[in-house]
Design a protein around this ligand. Structure first.
Ligand code: EPU
Length: 437
């Protein structure tokens, strides 16, 4: 297991190219199961979670081919460091997503809707809890049941079937106690795209990743309206066809690097991003005192010396994303006063609090809220990565801290940040990857 050794008090300055979105790519790769024809995807990042999803659809009968990159950037302005990805179904015999894969990547649940809609059967290992909470999948199955699927749990697997042969559209509400579900909305939208008749999905998640998947489905021949709003209308079609698509830029990676500029009192130019997807993040960072400007898909970020304390609550899109809560907390830990951070999507997502406190932060947790008393500086320490975004927060804190920090178990970071140490080192960070003894 690799670790990072990070020398602190570095100031970041320069350009970083934002990768394609991990959370868009994962369900979008799974839509490859929904047609017999070839899907070509651009901008899919090279990450261990993407490798797991490609392995999974490979086991489900897809041929996956990654082309060599032709040039560093493509005409549309998106990053294409990785080469396009072709996905084509060759066999529909296997409908099982094994626990070995699901346990490493919960987003495996994305194959449920596509498999039921196209093959009429799905066996998906039930994902267990994870570092950020219980993470049930009841809304996914409830939505699919309304379309006519049946489910039973057997030996830790969800077994889904379509007794009538084809799913049937209906009007349904998909919200839950914590609000809408992103991957649940995508699963039901995918299934409804091949169902008979019209589906109206009320209480749908509005995240840009839902919109992106909807856009690909439309290119494949689906009839979808309202994706990106709380009410999605889907008129089912008999089959979907080949399509080519570029995934949106990773708004969470972009937000993380915005905080990186702020926490190191640096100046970054972030290329190939969509600031419209980060409106709540920009709002909170500006309140803290961070200066943000945009021009043609590039964001310029630099920070004031004095960081104001703020109140912040995570919410479904377009609210402040839970996936940037930990990173912002790292910044607020060296703010000038007391900040209040409330987590409304995953109320237990605070594993970074203890680790930031090891680095000298003064953060107290009270239920779903953290009270952050800003300190003058953080100090280097040995800390442990726990989940993807908490680990990113530790990298940010370490770059600002006095002294050296060691972060163990950085495989969590590799799940979701493409070449993070190369990108940050190229703008002045000092991060070394070492193999654990
Ligand atoms: N929920 C239920 N029942 C369900 C599904 C969700 O109660 O069947 C609850 C969840 O427990 C949570 C809330 O609904 O309280 C929202 O969860 P959601 O379903 O939206 O999360 P997700 O779709 O499983 C995606 C991202 C997460 C991100 C969340 C929220 C992917 C692969 N994952 O998860 O990303 O935090 O949406 O925006 O898209 C990450 O990238 O680090 C990450 C965890």
């Amino acid at each position: 297991m690799d670790s990072f050794i990070i020398r602190g008090q570095t100031r970041l300055k320069g350009k970083i190219e934002i990768s394609g979105s991990k959370n868009s790519s994962l369900p979008i790769v799974a839509t490859g199961l929904m047609t017999d024809e070839k899907i070509t995807l651009h901008g899919v990042p090279r990450l261990s979670d993407i490798d797991s999803m490609l392995k999974l659809i490979g086991e489900l009968g897809c041929h996956v081919y990654r082309h060599e990159p032709k040039s560093k950037s493509v005409a549309e302005g998106g990053p294409d460091l990785n080469g396009p990805l072709d996905i084509q179904v060759e066999s529909e015999k296997n409908c099982e997503a094994r626990y070995d894969i699901v346990k490493t990547m919960r987003a495996s649940i994305c194959v449920l809707g596509p498999l039921l809609a196209k093959r009429g059967k799905a066996v998906v290992a039930l994902p267990g809890g994870c570092a950020i909470g219980d993470r049930p999948v009841d809304l996914h199955t409830r939505g699919l049941e309304k379309l006519g699927a049946t489910f039973r749990i057997e030996n830790g697997n969800i077994i889904g079937e379509v007794p009538k042969g084809r799913l049937k559209g209906c009007r349904m509400y998909l919200g839950g106690a914590q609000g809408p579900t992103v991957l649940g909305t995508i699963n039901v939208m995918c299934a409804a795209a091949l169902a008979e008749g019209e589906t109206v999905l009320v209480g749908a998640a509005c995240e840009p990743e839902v919109t992106d998947c909807g856009e690909l489905l439309i290119k494949m021949g689906a009839k979808i309206k309202g994706h990106g709003s709380p009410e999605i209308r889907i008129e089912g079609v008999d089959k979907l066809h080949a399509a080519e698509h570029r995934v949106i830029p990773d708004r969470i990676e972009c937000g993380t690097f915005m905080v990186a500029a702020a926490i190191t009192n640096g100046e970054l130019e972030l290329k190939h991003c969509n600031l419209d997807h980060l409106i709540a993040v920009v709002d909170r960072l500006e309140e803290v005192g961070v200066k943000i400007e945009r021009s043609n898909g590039t964001i310029y970020v630099n920070a004031a010396r004095r960081l104001n304390p703020i109140e912040m609550t995570t919410q479904p899109y377009p609210g402040f994303p839970t996936d940037i809560q930990a990173q912002l907390m790292a910044l607020l830990s060296i703010g000038d006063g007391m900040s209040v951070v409330t987590e409304r999507i995953f109320p237990d997502r605070f594993l970074h609090v203890g680790e930031l406190n090891r680095m000298g932060a003064k953060i107290r947790k009270e239920g779903p809220t953290a009270i952050v008393h800003g300190v003058k500086e953080l100090q280097g320490a040995s800390v442990m990565a726990s989940d993807l975004r908490a680990s990113a927060a530790l990298v940010l804190a370490a770059m600002a801290a006095r002294g050296t920090t060691r972060i163990d178990r950085v495989y969590h970071i590799d799940r979701g940040y493409e070449k993070i140490e190369q990108k940050l080192n190229a703008v002045g960070a000092q991060i070394e990857r070492v193999k654990a003894a």
